[in-house]
Design a protein around this ligand. Structure first.
Ligand code: ZN
Length: 625
């Protein structure tokens, strides 16, 4: 390739940055802003409870409610309503309820059957069940549904209040918020008819009392930890919380605790006990330690960022545009913008950062590389690196000793991002990986690319997660000939490329439309050199959007090359960073309309460090929104 270096670069500063951060913050004490509600895959509404401190217990309450003590609760999701009979019946579980009505709370449910329901619901949503069905131990690390801890329950019930009830201390108001002995006519009622608490949760103070995960212990408050307490390790009886149709106003208080030694799991529980589920969701909100006091929440983290220093270990020849400096520039830019930092140490799959959810890549397993590359080629890459061969297949693609390992990590980073999206840790992700991939062929390296990261990701989505249709949007200035060739006759992958033409690698004419069953599932939009924001937006609006919406993908991937930037050292196009923001918005909207926003964007080219990293920042800002 004909490479030109040291073109002058421009640096642009974006003032909107501060506005975005400021509007992303809110306070939990401001209960006017209710937490977010989401509807799960199986149609159940859950409320996002923000992390925070609260005062658990009541010094004026019963002995087991004392002492009131400060407790930290991590973020989690909780059912907006008590589990209804119609939800329970979905899993072919026999409905034990006394007061039969599909929308009444389930009751006469024993604790283990409630736990079993949690597991069934987790499996139905593709999540890891929390309960061991032999021992009924709860695995809090699993991402499925479980019963709330007692502390989580009380925190959610109080919803930022410190009064006896979540509406204050005036017991006369209880009838507007709960079904209890004075207004229930001695029966349960359909959920959601009374006023919710300040966080939008219904029937916390009454209707049926609710199972918690903890064993009951009268003295636990004196010795329990102050961070996410989970109750004693063993015990006789489980705790239940909240008022019920047959209980008086005292039992409806936020801090009231109950257990019943006469209830054991071999019997039916009584007809005033039900439950609701929670799910740990550490990704839903972050509290900034020691910044502005307790209760300050940063924006919801929904965008993953794949990066690892290992990507710097793929060395190219001096002066080669595809250099480790590209990723250094991106990371520096994101750090300077406040989007990315190493400041928080809370472990999850990666680190929590101020704006992005950092994902640590793992090398892709051979079975996934082999979905698009021949074993012979993979072996050749490996031995070439080991034998210190300087180039792979052409002078375009210099390699170094670790290039094979790094290339496995580049593909692996994409798979890590896909996993995190599929496990709903994040909605979308940007993978700052190298070497890039879209020119790599089945058995040949090409144009700086070794393994075709996006093609491997596509097959991974289809095979591992059983999703059928993948849309690949390739806006790199070059045509992604490798990707095109891998899916040319495949109607399950819509490949859409807009690129400079004629240009390297020479392919990408309009006439390449796919073949066989894949005919019309390959769309090339060649543009002349000098095209800019308006030209690209027009193409996205007129060509990409209708094709993508009619295809209706289950997952969207972007071959995000930023070498169509104005001022790139290889490309001759004129897209501005704002232009990339608009293109990103259009692709993101497609993902939102078709597949719940599932989108992973993968770095390809982009060789003007300043403009490229500014464009990456704008790209990510749109993904985060
Ligand atoms: Zn390129």
């Amino acid at each position: 390739m004909n490479v030109v270096f040291d073109k002058p670069t421009t640096r642009i500063i974006w003032f909107l940055l501060v506005m975005v951060i400021v509007t992303g913050c809110r306070r939990i004490r401001d209960t006017v802003n209710k937490p977010d509600v989401t509807t799960t895959k199986t149609g159940i509404e859950m409320v996002a409870i923000p992390a925070g401190w609260f005062l658990m217990g009541d010094d004026k309450g019963a002995a087991d409610e004392r002492p009131a003590h400060k407790v930290w609760i991590s973020a989690f999701w909780i059912d907006k309503y008590e589990v209804m009979q119609e939800e329970f019946r979905k899993y072919q579980l026999p409905d034990p309820s006394h007061f039969k009505n599909p929308r009444n709370p389930l009751e006469r449910i024993n604790w283990t059957d409630a736990a079993l329901y949690c597991n069934d619901r987790s499996r139905a949503e593709g999540l890891e069940p929390c309960y061991d069905e032999q021992t009924w131990q709860c695995n809090f690390e699993a991402n499925g549904f479980r019963l709330p801890t007692e502390a989580e329950w009380e925190y959610a019930c109080r919803a930022g209040t410190t009064t006896r009830y979540s509406f204050g201390n005036d017991v006369r108001k209880l009838k507007t918020c709960a079904w209890f002995v004075k207004n229930s006519s001695e029966k349960t009622h359909p959920v959601g008819q009374k006023k919710p608490n300040p966080w939008g949760l219904y029937d916390m103070h009454g209707n049926v009392t609710e199972w918690c995960n903890d064993y009951y212990s009268e003295s636990y408050y004196k010795q329990g930890p102050d961070k996410d307490p989970k109750g004693p390790a063993a015990g006789e009886e489980k705790v239940f919380r909240g008022g019920a149709w047959n209980l008086g106003s005292v039992a409806c208080r936020s801090s009231y605790r109950a257990s019943d030694p006469s209830l054991n799991d071999t019997c039916l529980a009584n007809d005033s006990i039900g439950f609701r589920c929670v799910r740990s969701e550490p990704n839903s909100a972050i509290t900034l330690p020691n910044l502005g006091g307790k209760g300050d929440i940063m924006q919801v983290l929904k965008t993953g960022f794949v990066y690892d220093d290992i990507y710097l270990e793929h060395k190219t020849t001096p002066g080669h545009p595809e250099s480790p400096q590209r990723l250094v520039a991106i990371v520096e830019r994101l750090k300077a913008s406040g989007l990315y930092s190493d400041g928080f140490d809370k472990p999850l799959r990666g680190k929590l950062t101020t704006g992005l959810f950092a994902l640590t890549p793992e090398p892709a397993a051979m079975e996934w590389i082999e979905t698009v590359h021949s074993p012979h080629y993979i072996e050749r890459v490996k031995t070439s690196c080991k034998n210190s061969i300087a180039y792979l297949d052409s002078l375009d693609t210099p390699i170094s000793e670790k290039s094979y390992e790094v290339a496995l990590m580049a593909a692996g980073g994409v798979l890590t991002a896909i996993d995190a999206v599929m496990q709903k840790e994040i909605t979308n992700a940007f993978c700052a990986v190298r070497p890039p991939g879209h020119h790599a062929m089945k058995d040949r390296a090409m144009g700086f690319c070794i393994f075709n990261n996006i093609a491997i990701g596509t097959r991974y989505i289809q095979k591992k997660y059983n999703l059928q249709k993948v849309l690949i949007v390739d806006w790199d200035v070059h045509h992604g000939n490798g990707t095109e060739s891998m899916f040319y006759d495949d109607p399950t992958v819509l490949y859409f490329s807009v690129h400079q033409y004629p240009f390297y690698p020479g392919t990408g004419s309009r006439a390449e439309k796919g073949s066989g069953k894949g005919l019309n599932y390959n769309i090339n939009v060649p543009l002349p050199a000098g095209s800019g924001d308006d030209d690209y937006l027009k193409v996205f609006r007129e060509k990409l959007e209708p094709a993508a919406l009619s295809f209706s993908p289950d997952f969207v991937l972007i071959s995000a090359g930023f070498d169509a930037c104005k001022g790139d050292v290889l490309g001759g196009m004129n897209i501005t960073p704002q232009g990339f923001a608009q293109l990103t918005q259009m692709v993101k909207s497609i993902a939102e309309k078709c597949c719940e926003g599932r989108l992973v964007s993968i770095l390809e080219g982009g060789y003007n460090l300043d403009v490229m990293s500014a464009s990456v920042e704008e790209h990510i800002r749109v993904l985060i929104k």
